[in-house]
Design a protein around this ligand. Structure first.
Ligand code: GUN
Length: 295
């Protein structure tokens, strides 16, 4: 069988970034409105630092107002909540993102709950999650939005297709299942307790791997010709013992890409797939929030 079509995230993300930049320019020119994004990073997590830098750079490149608050590791819950309150009240800020994970001494739940749902560009507050689950307009988590854009680019209409989502996280698994349902798919959410997971996955026309388990989804879990969206970003040691001994790591997805590409009809690579869409979708959400706040 022919190798799967590779769903390259770069051109899709670049197109979205350009659309956002055009919309920002129009909002500035016609309404004097500059969408503003505030990103909050607590501590020194190296992966988070890379993501946060990219969010700052790309929002500025799109012409937006952008502030990044870098707080020390030992920041208290009270100080973090005070910053969120300040950003909620700041009229120049339309989107607030608190980068996760937070350091262990901080309690994520009350911090997310403190974000004004109108500025919740991560779509993590229970208000936005509830709106999404009710099929109402919501600010929707960025990675799921990115997955849906890639699926529409690849398949056009998704109506009637069987979709299996592996993973039930609040940030990815649950919201993407809701979006697939809104797109008229027949949706199954599978997870670590699912019986005969490979058989469930083989039912899928659309298989979304979002379990956070490196290379878990094997070729024989995939129906021939299915579209596979790999949300995983897992840092693993190299198999080469010399590189592994030197502490070198590489990034792999939740799908065993090489074997899966021989069975799937289309597949997202890692890196270079879904990961590239997330920041572009964050900018899109910030523009959406700015437009709603200003009516
Ligand atoms: N950490 C990794 N991905 C994300 C994300 O989409 N939002 C937030 N807030 N933190 C993250």
């Amino acid at each position: 069988m022919a190798e799967a079509r590779i769903i390259d995230g770069r051109p899709i993300a670049e197109q979205l970034q350009a659309q956002v930049a055009a919309e920002v320019a129009q909002l500035k020119a016609e309404h004097g409105l500059t969408p503003g994004l505030a990103v909050v990073l607590v501590g020194e997590d190296p992966a988070s630092q890379i993501y946060v830098r990219s969010k700052g750079e790309k929002s500025l490149a799109a012409g937006m107002h952008s502030v990044t608050h870098r707080l020390p590791e030992q920041t208290t819950q009270e100080a973090l909540l005070a910053l969120v309150a300040e950003l909620n009240a700041d009229p120049a800020i339309h989107g607030i993102l608190v980068q996760l994970p937070l350091p262990k001494h901080l309690d994520q739940g009350p911090v997310i709950a403190a974000i004004d749902p109108a500025k919740d560009v991560d779509g993590l507050t229970t208000i936005n999650a509830g709106l999404l689950a009710s099929g109402l307009p919501a600010l929707t988590p960025c990675t799921p939005l990115g997955c849906m854009i890639m699926l529409r680019e690849t398949l056009g209409s998704l109506s009637g297709l069987r979709a299996v989502v592996v993973g039930r996280s609040v940030l990815v698994g649950r919201p993407i299942a809701q979006l697939l349902l809104q797109a008229d798919c027949t949706v199954t959410i599978a997870h670590s307790r699912t019986k005969d997971l490979p058989a469930v996955c083989r039912e899928a026309d659309i298989l979304v791997a979002a379990a956070g388990q490196p290379q878990m989804v094997k070729a024989d879990w995939i129906k021939a010709g299915a579209t596979v969206i790999d949300v995983g970003i897992n840092r693993v040691p190299f198999r080469d013992p010399v590189k592994a001994a030197a502490g070198k790591t590489k990034v792999v997805g939740d799908v065993d890409y090489k074997s899966a590409a021989k069975v799937a009809g289309a597949i997202t690579p890692v890196p270079g797939g879904v990961g590239l869409m997330t920041v572009a979708c964050l900018l899109k959400n910030t523009v959406t929030a700015a437009k709603r706040i200003h009516g």
